[in-house]
Design a protein around this ligand. Structure first.
Ligand SMILES: [Zn+2]
Ligand SMILES: [Zn+2]
Length: 842
């Protein structure tokens, strides 16, 4: 329904009519009353059949809220409020993802401490959220930069370490030269740093990783139980990247022209296309593969290899894998023996082979692989076709301009010549795998694209990693009873270029003693990726004050998993993968009884202004507090839910604030005027036609809420308001109250004020959601029978109030009728509104 905006403009009315809608006169009063009465407190012991957990992704406190935040929170709040009215026990908490780079960067540029800056922002944001009337259980607020919270980050880290799910390793990692820290692969989007957009460098650094790869299969398989947008599921599936195939062992035999002797080595390689084994014409080792360096050591290959390796290492993985580049590489002094036919093929190294994909070695089949094809053409390596399309079509290795990737029949493939293969479904390929296993030449295997999560950062404003380095005992975990390791309140937190975190400057803090031997030792100076903090915060909300555990099984079992999660699509392969991993790891540790943290996910559309994301520095922001001050919180909330379907993008016009006035404030003014004038007798009869309009609206709005189509729900309420006006006179009280209940989740203040204005006790937000009478709705339509010469030819549903003329028109328009008439015009038409039309033809 795109017509929402037009309806709003049509609904505009002269603003001068009394009584005047003045949200400032009552909105803040209701904020205070709701807080005083604990109106949004979740019940201590929810009924397991009726519990509902509604959650927004916990925000980064960057300053005041803008309309993008308002959208996110208004959606979740409308859901939470309606679910409460439907009789559910609702948990709707709020907290702050308070550690991280932006706070630190802002603090550095302003000369304030990150802590001061962050906590001041939290206060502002929280005030705005309260002013807008979001129904958060504020008693459960969680702030990740609070030691009461981050001590549990450290505790969880130690548990992961105990289980072998956390480890430290020296590896080539992505270093952001601007943010001066390493990044996880998930935090590089389209080859650049997700925060600052600069191209990361590759550096060899000892870093902490979390073994998310252990969960790759479950992360994929459990997607079946998620009611999430397809777009997010597809992104996660691709990110995890499962490929099925076989591991086949090649023998690599050095053919060293100079230097010492080196024995042959057996190398397993992973391939998704074992059916093309007979087409392998060369063998590739990743440049970083230790065996590559061994092969060239002391030979004439050594110098060019060293140069090549340096070039490769200056590039990110994304660059190396890019499809728009020349494939670089060099021959190595070795041959590989193909186990299926004994062929000796040359061994090369190439930039597009990654050391951590599979075994860091691959068989190259240029006729049937894109990158191998490009490499073979660049380096004049022979190509051998082993799959031919079923429709006879000669693929000539000398002239083909692209590899053949489709299904076909195997040729020149030993015992499999003549076998039909379908690469997409694995048909035919499974036979080859079975044969490899029987012959002892290989085995079926699965490979993933997902890499372990690099979680250490060389920045100050984060959770200290609870590790101590002892010259004798190496990495020693901080004992549980010594947690939290407090972040020192140091003055110098400028990041450095040398990959040593600024915490290294906190000499007194860094120098400590080894928990094992009591000798001098040093603390880990890296902090945690803040995505660690957000991977489990939703569990803490169930039990926010407990001091002996991150959460208790009882509280978590009572509320989790989250029934409805609302947040941005940009977290598809970051937060949403990490949090799923944590839930599974916790389940394995016996801390949780369920594998998935968020059952349903809704991605709100992006909110922009002038085509660009709202940003204070660009000056294209509509701030929530400004909107509330000028037009009231209800106008801001209603506008953002009405301006576009909640899942679609919306771009504010240049005078964004005024647009809220034109659309939302003017309509709410009319609601105020029309519904202030109600028939005082609540038992007064509602005219039949109005009654139907009300029931129809209840049904439509209820349906719209189920699909979060708040814009159409509001449009229906606009229609109902028009019906009230059209009926003239005071609105019957029961009809007015139903209207207010339907509007309450979207505009909580005006509805509460009018509700109490009618003399009602208790909050409108605790009333039951209106129901409708199916029979009353059914009566609105009748089945019209269309006859030709007395014979029934068609039926159609029509409104009960239809006229004879309209009936004739509909009848003649029907396809079936036109077919029977076959161009003949009826000589006579008999109508019995609304049930019967009879066409008489000669
Ligand atoms: Zn960056
Ligand atoms: Zn020690």
């Amino acid at each position: 329904m795109g017509g929402g905006r037009a309806v709003a403009c049509a609904a505009m009315a002269p603003p001068s009519d009394p009584p005047r809608y003045d949200p400032q006169s009552f909105e803040e009063r209701w904020v205070a009353t709701w807080e005083r009465e604990g109106a949004h407190a979740a019940p201590e012991h929810p009924d397991p059949r009726r519990k509902r957990y509604v959650l927004e992704m916990f925000p980064y406190p960057s300053g005041d809220m803008h309309m993008g935040h308002v959208e996110n929170y208004s959606i979740a709040d409308a859901i939470a409020r309606q679910w409460t009215m439907l009789g559910h026990d609702v948990l709707h908490p709020m907290g702050y993802d308070a550690f991280g780079l932006p706070a630190e960067n802002a603090a550095i540029s302003r000369g304030v401490h990150p802590k001061e800056w962050t906590f001041a922002n939290i206060e502002r944001m929280r005030r705005s959220q309260m002013r807008l009337g979001f129904s958060y259980d504020w008693d459960r607020q969680v702030i990740s930069a609070d030691p009461a919270y981050y001590r549990w980050n450290q505790w969880i880290f130690l548990k992961l370490l105990e289980r072998g799910l956390a480890y430290r390793k020296t590896a080539p990692v992505n270093w952001c030269p601007v943010d001066k820290t390493v990044l996880a692969n998930e935090q590089i989007s389209a080859g650049v740093c997700w925060r600052c957009g600069s191209v990361p460098e590759v550096r060899d650094l000892a870093q902490w990783f979390l073994k998310i790869t252990d969960y790759a299969a479950r992360l994929l398989d459990d997607m079946d139980i998620l009611d999430w947008p397809d777009q997010v599921l597809v992104q996660q599936r691709n990110w995890i990247g499962r490929s099925r195939g076989a591991e086949v062992t090649f023998e690599v035999v050095p053919t060293r022209p100079t230097g010492s002797k080196l024995p042959p080595v057996s190398y397993p390689v992973f391939t998704t296309r074992p059916d093309t084994l007979w087409g392998a014409t060369f063998f590739l080792l990743a440049p970083e593969h230790p065996f590559a360096a061994e092969l060239v050591a002391g030979t004439e290959y050594e110098a060019p290899f060293t140069k090549f390796l340096a070039e490769v290492r200056s590039q990110t993985e994304v660059e190396r894998m890019s499809s728009e580049r020349v494939r670089h590489g060099m021959a190595l002094p070795a041959v590989a023996v193909n186990p299926v036919n004994g062929d000796e093929i040359p061994v090369w190294t190439a930039d597009y082979v990654l050391s951590h994909y599979g075994t860091g070695a691959v068989m190259a089949v240029p006729a049937h692989d894109q990158r191998d094809f490009e490499f073979a053409r660049t380096h004049a390596i022979p190509i051998r076709v082993v799959v031919e399309p079923e429709v006879p079509e000669e693929l000539d290795p000398d002239t083909m301009t692209a590899p053949y990737l489709g299904p076909g029949v195997l040729v020149h493939s030993g015992p499999f010549t003549g076998t039909v293969v379908f690469p997409d479904t694995g048909v035919g390929i499974d036979k080859v795998i079975a044969w490899l296993e029987a012959e002892g030449k290989g085995k079926g295997s699965v490979n993933y694209r997902l890499r372990d999560w690099l979680m250490s950062r060389q920045r100050y404003w984060g959770t200290p990693i609870p590790i101590i380095y002892c010259p004798i005992h190496g990495e020693v975990p901080v004992p549980e009873e010594a947690l939290p390791v407090l972040l020192p309140d140091q003055a110098d937190y400028t990041p450095t270029d040398d990959a040593v975190g600024p915490l290294a400057n906190a000499t007194e803090w860094v120098n400590t003693v080894c928990p094992r031997c009591g000798g001098p030792a040093r603390r880990e100076t890296d902090t945690m990726d803040t995505f660690f903090d957000s991977s489990w915060y939703f569990l803490r909300f169930c039990d926010p004050h407990i001091e002996t555990a991150p959460f208790t099984p009882e509280a978590v079992t009572a509320w989790c998993p989250v029934d409805q999660y609302v947040g941005g699509i940009e977290h598809a392969v970051m937060h949403l993968i990490y949090a799923r991993f944590f839930a599974k790891a916790f389940q394995d540790m016996g801390m949780l009884s369920f594998p998935e943290p968020f059952l349903r996910l809704f991605n709100q559309g992006s909110i922009s202004m002038g085509g660009k994301a709202m940003s204070k520095s660009r000056g294209n922001v509509v701030e929530a507090s400004a909107a509330a001050e000028r037009y009231g919180a209800d106008s801001a909330r209603l506008f953002i839910l009405f301006c576009s379907p909640p899942g679609a993008a919306y771009d504010f016009p240049a005078d964004g604030l005024e647009e809220i006035g034109r659309v939302a404030f003017s309509w709410l003014s009319r609601v105020w005027r029309v519904l202030s004038d109600t028939a005082p007798d609540p038992a007064g009869p509602v005219p039949q036609e109005l009654q139907r309009a009300v029931h129809k609206t209840v049904k439509a709005v209820t349906d719209d809420f189920e699909t979060f189509s708040f814009n159409t729900a509001i449009a229906r309420l606009m229609e109902l308001l028009n019906a009230f006006s059209k009926a003239g006179g005071p609105v019957p009280r029961p009809a007015a109250e139903t209207f207010l209940k339907l509007l309450a989740p979207v505009a909580p203040f005006i509805t509460e004020e009018l509700w109490h204005g009618y003399g009602n006790e208790g909050s409108i937000h605790k009333q039951s959601w209106p129901t409708y009478d199916e029979a009353l709705l059914a009566a609105e339509h009748a089945v019209m029978v269309i006859q030709i010469n007395g014979k029934v030819r068609d039926t159609v549903e029509v409104p009960v109030g239809i006229t004879s003329e309209e009936m004739q028109e509909i009848a003649l328009d029907r396809e079936k009728i036109a077919a029977v008439l076959d161009g003949k015009a009826p000589t006579k038409i008999v109508t019995v509104p609304p049930r019967l039309v009879n066409l008489v033809v000669p």
